[in-house]
Unconditional design. Structure first.
Lengths: 115, 114
């Protein structure tokens, strides 16, 4: 079975540019999570969706960040405009059910570098 | 509110030695508990989980963890370390009916010396 798919795997952009990260969750999973990982702050939950609906976006750092989930098989995380401090590895994870017993399955991540 | 504390940001063991990574949680109700492993430049991989069945949980790669309610702990162990176990390990907790949301510990980097 295919795991969580993220694209691109690496992204290098210049400050001020728009960046879009993409995620395809595992088929049949109905919860999707976006994380950011840096050396300084560790692993941070940015936002999560349940049945395509955003449930908790309290981790989104500021208005420059937005996330969408138009259907059960696709989600995007957009940064506009990007800044050097946004450089990090961004992970997408998916899970099944709402009970929390399954655990989350992570994608390989997108390494973002903003120059 | 629930939280997770991992004691020791870095643990170093010799190959063949016991691995013990500590995790304590704080929760007002019985939680679900997880250990994840992250190898360099990769995503997090589920190692094992406790979901209120057996308190001793066996995972992949010879790891196991024991849920101790009285100590609010979920320590990860492996009898004999292998060089390939070098990675970062994260403990996490979730509660029923929170949509699978996980609260992660800060992570413990495991080094294995030859």
């Amino acid at each position: 079975d295919a795991g969580v798919i993220q694209s691109p795997r690496h992204e290098v952009t210049e400050m001020g540019q728009e960046v879009t990260l993409r995620c395809k969750p595992i088929s049949g999973h109905n919860s999707l999570f976006w994380y950011r990982q840096t050396m300084m702050r560790g692993l941070e939950l940015l936002i999560y969706f349940n049945n395509n609906v955003p449930i908790d976006d309290s981790g989104m750092p500021e208005d420059r960040f937005s996330a969408k989930m138009p259907n059960a098989s696709f989600s995007t995380l957009k940064i506009q405009p990007s800044e050097p401090r946004d450089s990090a590895v961004y992970f997408c994870a998916s899970s099944k059910g709402s009970g929390g017993a399954i655990g989350q399955y992570f994608g390989p991540g997108t390494r973002l570098t903003v120059l | 509110a629930q939280s997770v504390t991992q004691l020791g940001s870095h643990v170093s063991v010799s190959e063949g030695a016991l691995v013990l990574l500590r995790c304590n949680y704080s929760s007002s109700v019985p939680p679900y508990l997880f250990w994840y492993v992250q190898y360099p430049n990769q995503g997090l991989q589920l190692l094992l989980k406790y979901t209120s069945a057996a308190t001793l949980v066996k995972g992949i790669n010879g790891f196991e963890a024991e849920f101790k309610k009285s100590e609010t702990s979920f320590h990860l162990t492996k009898p004999s370390a292998h060089m390939s176990d070098a990675a970062e390990y994260f403990c996490a907790v979730s509660l029923y009916n929170q949509g699978g949301k996980l609260i992660f510990g800060q992570g413990t980097e495991l080094s294995v010396k030859p």
